[in-house]
Design a protein around this ligand. Structure first.
Ligand code: SF4
Length: 98
């Protein structure tokens, strides 16, 4: 099912670094969106490839990468990748999704 079919609209993703184990699974699945910093924790990247290190920083989920980002959230050992709708901030994939 596509995002449009699910009616999800634009999505954004953020990482709770407090729970990140630093295993790097997300950066393997979606290196365009996630990257490990020298502190050993994963962060999201802006569309122009800048590492966003503020707590709770979000970045848009590009539609072609949605599956990779969704799988990252699913397989994240720290349960700390949160994907939510931009419009109402409701989490659609991740530990707080319904
Ligand atoms: S998959 Fe989760 S726990 Fe692993 S590095 Fe990425 S955010 Fe951290």
């Amino acid at each position: 099912m596509t995002v449009q079919e699910e009616g999800l609209g634009d999505l954004e993703v953020w990482i709770d670094q407090d729970l990140c184990t630093g295993d790097g699974i997300c950066a393997q699945y979606a290196p365009e969106v996630f990257e490990l910093d020298i502190d050993g924790l994963a962060y999201v990247k802006s569309p122009d490839d800048e590492l966003l290190q503020e707590q709770g920083a979000t970045t848009p989920v590009p539609l072609p990468l949605l599956n990779d980002v969704r799988e990252s959230a699913k397989d994240c050992p720290g349960d700390c990748i949160h994907v939510r709708r931009v419009s109402d901030k409701v989490e659609v994939y991740g530990p707080d999704a319904e």
